[in-house]
Write a protein that binds this ligand. Sequence first.
Ligand SMILES: CC(C)(COP(=O)(O)OP(=O)(O)OC[C@H]1O[C@@H](n2cnc3c(N)ncnc32)[C@H](O)[C@@H]1OP(=O)(O)O)[C@@H](O)C(=O)NCCC(=O)NCCS
Length: 325
Amino acid sequence: MSFSILGTGSALPSRVVTNEDLSLLVDTSDEWIKTRTGITERRVCTEESITELAVQAAQKALEDSGCSADELDLIICATMSADYTTPSMACVLQMQLGASCPAFDINAACTGFLYALDVAAGYFARTADQKILVVAAEAMSRLVDWQDRGTCVLFGDGAGAAVLGKGNDLLAIQTGAKGNISSLYAENGWGNSPFHKQAEGDVASGCSSYLHMDGQEVFRFAVTSMVQTVEQVLDEAGLAKEDIAWLIPHQANIRILDSAISRLKLPKEKCLTNIAVRGNTSAACVAILLDEASRGGKLKKNDLLALTAFGGGLTTGACILRWSR
Ligand SMILES: CC(C)(COP(=O)(O)OP(=O)(O)OC[C@H]1O[C@@H](n2cnc3c(N)ncnc32)[C@H](O)[C@@H]1OP(=O)(O)O)[C@@H](O)C(=O)NCCC(=O)NCCS
C-alpha cells in the first residue's frame, strides 16, 4: 500500500522577469542565460507572499481531487524559503485552508517534493491516514543575491501541490544525501545575540545570508545523481527505461537535463521541461511541472512517470509513479 495522486495544483507570481530585465541589474545578457541555462524568463514575487501562492496551489489541488480541506489527515510543506521560521508554512496553510490535521515543513532544498512524497508514503503505510496534502513552495527571490550574476539568473518563485490518497501507484522511491556545505548554501545569521563569537575562518559566521553556489560542482553532481537515482528506482520497480512515459525532472539547467537524458539513453521528447519560462523554483519545480503536465493533457491513464530531483545538502530523490487518474 502506498498512495495515488488524486489532484494537483500550482500557482505563480504575476510578475515575469525576463533575461533582458536582469541584464539591467547585473552584467549578463539574454544570449548568455539562454545558451548556458535554457532560461528565458522566470516569475518573481512582488506583492504576493509565498504563503499566498502555497494556499492557491493547495486549493487548486483540492479542487482537482474533489476533496475538501476537512478531509485532510496531514499537510506536509517542502520549503527552505517560507515567510516564517515559525509557525511552519504547513501550519499557516492548515489555518488558511480550514483544515484541522497535523502539519509540518521539511527542508531538503530542491529535492523537497520528493522527500515529502517519501514521508507521505511512510504515513500511509504506518497510519490510517487516507488523504495527505503535499505542497512545495519557494520564494527563491528572497534567498538569491540580486547582484550575483552567477546565481540570480537561475531561480524563480512558485508553488506546486498534490493531494495524495491511499493507493498503489507509488512503485518505487529513493531519497539520498551526501552531506556537503560548500557547494550550495545559504546560512542563517545569529540575530542580535550578545554572546555569539565569530570564529576566524568559520564558514558559518560572518558571511551574507544569500545563496552561495559552486555552479560547476553542482552541475557535475546533478548529472551523475539524476542518472543514478532514475536507474535505481527503475531497478527497484522492476522496470526498464522504455517503460517510462514521462521523465519529470528538477529544472535547474537545460544542459543538465540534456546530459542526463543522453546518458540515460531516453528519447528527449519523453523529458518534460518548463525551465524556459519558470527557471529553477527549487522544491516547487517538480510539483509545478507535474501539475502543468496534468492540466496540459500530457499525462494519460496508466502512464509511468519518473520524477527526479537534486539540490542543496547535497540531496537527491527519485520515484516511479503510475498516473492512474
Ligand atoms: C551556474 C551555471 C549556469 C554556470 O554555467 P557555466 O557554463 O558552468 O559557467 P562558468 O561558471 O564556467 O562561468 C563561465 C563564465 O561566465 C561568467 N558568468 C557567470 N554567470 C554569468 C551570467 N549570468 N552572465 C554572463 N556571464 C556569466 C563567469 O563569470 C565566467 O566568466 P570567466 O570565464 O570570465 O570567469 C552552471 O554551472 C550550472 O547551471 N550549474 C548548476 C547549478 C544548479 O543546478 N544549481 C541549482 C541546484 S538545485
